[in-house]
Design a protein around this ligand. Sequence first.
Ligand code: CA
Ligand code: CA
Length: 356
Amino acid sequence: MKPLRFILSRVASPLAAVAAGIYAVGTVVGGTAPQVEVGTCAAYSGLPGSGQRTAGMAFIPGGAFHMGSERHQPEERFTHVVRVDGFWIDRHEVTNAQFKQFVDATGYVTLAERGLDPKTHPGTPKDLLVPGSVVFIQPNDHKGGGRVTQWWQYVAGAQWRQPTGSGSSIVGKENHPVVHIAYEDALAYAQWRGHSLPTEAQWEFAARGGRDGEDDWSSAFDADGKPIANSWQGLFPVLNTNDDGYAGTAPVGCFKPNGYGLYDMVGNVWEWTGDWYRPGHSREAAVNPMGPHFDQMRVAAGQAPSRVIKGGSHLCAANYCSRYRPAARQPQEIDLGAAHLGFRTVLNEPAQRRSP
Ligand SMILES: [Ca+2]
Ligand SMILES: [Ca+2]
């Protein structure tokens, strides 16, 4: 294992992201089962039942909502009114079983398996060009002084089939969310299914489950403070009391769905969206926004641009990150997957079909 030196270089804006806990790691419903059902998550194969394009998806009726938050993190301001048209979205994060179907059908090789191209990453240290990915290693104490390199390490050989590096596997985790997925990997999967990746507005609207108004932690904790999503309980990064039952990723669909029947929008793994990231929102109302244009991005030399990721992960704790809310957002460099980052897809079509 190599120290994650590039967190301080390649993950520049992500230094904030890392500091916010976006790097942190947890399974759904199978065979011919029609969809994930609470209480059956452990038995789920990870594959929605049918081969239809809307298999395993829910239709979200269009509407308007207040996107962002005025009360939490600066990058979530300003709250503004957004309207989105109706769309389909996966009920759960894309699973290892689903991603395996894609790879088996296409022979696709993920970026973590290929390694970065030195021609397009001239400033990247040679040892970080070796195929691999970022893995969370739980430290035993706080002697690292809170440095992110105390718990994030670049592990050669880490990739979606080997989440913690060579010798590890996803056997028995077919219904867990796939991780170590760079943006281009997520997009390739979505396009193979004839789908897209959600815009940030679509994702946030869906995550709210029909609720509007100022954002809160009600997606992650009930009124008594009991966790209702897969996050980190205890003192991050040294003590996980595991009150929610999952120290890492959980099978998809193990926690109560939101008002739209969607699972793990908050928690389990962070999720890619298609929007380029910039801190904050405009105050202006918008219809079907797709984020800033690439020309509006400020990208430092030697760094990849970042897109917005949403929802927090099993590594978000009250003392660190705590971004398990629909309005929370973080930047993620497009060529960097991690052990706590996955995705789900959308289908921008009307609702004439019923969810299978
Ligand atoms: Ca947990
Ligand atoms: Ca999630």
